[in-house]
Ligand binder design. Structure first.
Ligand code: BEZ
Length: 385
């Protein structure tokens, strides 16, 4: 009987060890757009993530990394099914995604409910590090509020008084404009009109006619990916570029200047990344990324690279045991992340506290003009952890 008990005990210990054994591959669920308006953003994030993993011998937290991929199509209606498929069907250990705020909010809700580790490598939905914040959810990008707020201060300082905003009607556009408006109106400016169109619509003509008729001092905008390419080209073709200065969150010109074919020349934007930064980590990253993928990196590639860095920091602290959420969170919260954008930390709500750069588009690059906002932290309204 004693021998039987001892054997049972030994078997139980073996099972418990192998349940989160270090030598089991780490299944990473990459939920990113591979088609549609944000497809190129998804590719850059995946490339950046894989570059970091490859630089670390294909491992994170001592476990060999395996990928399971889902094209989320930037479609919020399919998001919950897609994320459940990864968690329940593929049994991933970690979720990485995504680009679109509406899709990412659904991912965050499911991650919060199930306790699955989630790293958000782009989507800026304020709620993810606000009411939806959780010990197992981390973001390596920004809140939509951050670049918008920084640009509100810049444009007020430039002396603009009346501004029209134009964006897609969903969380990213709304929150970017809210951030801009908060800072701009605090300094005495006025947003005289807020123009919107549904995501991912690119029929801008009627709204450009309205901008021309309103004659504001300037325009603030949030567009990204293929929409940003078309918007900048249309703005220029409408003859507005010289008469009504255009400004935006940096997604307007990051990774899009080549496709804009010169239409974006001179545009000033705010973002947590810029070209030609005097950051040693950036130089090494740009070289390695360009060599691996035969194309220069953009902000999305940086955010993907940093998502893998954050995972390594957390998983190294627990020897790859993803169930140790509190220890992972403690390690990440204490870390300084050596990012190509410059070093940053994560706030208590797990969003980057980071410099926001003012950039000016030159050729196919967005070099820094100045630091618009030093160590800008999102207010993380509604986050209780
Ligand atoms: C968003 O949906 O949060 C987003 C998409 C593209 C670029 C930036 C933000």
């Amino acid at each position: 009987m004693k021998l039987f008990r001892a054997t049972l005990l030994a078997a139980a210990v073996l099972c418990a060890t192998s349940a989160h054994a270090d030598d089991k591959p780490l299944k990473v669920g990459l939920m990113l757009p591979a088609t549609g308006t944000y497809a190129t953003l998804g590719t850059a994030i995946e490339n950046g993530f894989k570059l970091y993993v490859d630089e670390n011998g294909g491992q994170l937290g001592g476990r060999k990394v395996e990928y399971v991929k889902v094209d989320d199509e930037s479609d919020p209606a399919k998001a919950t099914d897609n994320v459940n498929k990864l968690i329940k069907g593929d049994k991933v250990d970690v979720l990485v995604g995504t680009v679109h705020s509406g899709v990412a909010a659904a991912m965050a809700k499911t991650a919060k409910d199930t306790g699955t580790l989630l790293v958000v490598p782009n989507a800026g939905a304020d709620a993810i590090t606000g009411p939806l914040c959780a010990p197992n959810i981390f973001r390596t990008s920004f809140t939509n509020w951050q670049p918008g707020y920084a640009m509100g201060e810049v444009m007020a300082e430039k002396g603009y008084k009346k501004v029209v905003t134009i964006t897609w009607k969903y969380a990213a556009g709304d929150e970017s404009v809210n951030g801009f408006k908060e800072a701009f109106e605090k300094s005495g400016g006025e947003v005289v009109k807020q123009l919107n169109l549904p995501f991912p619509n690119v029929e801008f003509q009627a709204l450009l006619t309205e901008i021309a008729a309103t004659k504001p001092d300037a325009v603030y905008t949030f567009f990204a990916g293929a929409g940003a390419v078309k918007f900048v080209k249309d703005y220029k073709a409408a003859g507005l570029m010289d008469s009504i200065p255009l400004y935006g969150a940096g997604f307007l010109t990051d990774g899009t200047l080549k496709a804009q074919g010169g239409a974006g020349e001179g545009l000033m934007t705010t973002l947590h990344y810029a070209d030609e930064l005097d950051v040693p980590k950036d130089k090494a990253f740009r070289e390695a990324y360009s060599k691996a993928y035969s194309t220069p990196p953009d902000v999305y590639a940086v955010q993907g690279y940093d998502a893998a860095q954050v995972l390594k920091i957390g998983l190294d602290a627990v020897k790859g045991d993803v169930s140790k959420t509190a220890d992972i969170a403690a390690a990440v919260e204490a870390a300084e992340i050596d990012s190509p954008r410059g070093k940053f930390t994560l706030s208590k709500a797990h969003n980057p506290v980071q410099d926001i750069y003012l950039r000016e588009a030159k050729g196919e690059k967005n070099p820094m003009v100045s630091v618009a906002s030093k160590a800008l932290a999102d207010p993380a309204k509604g986050c209780r952890m």
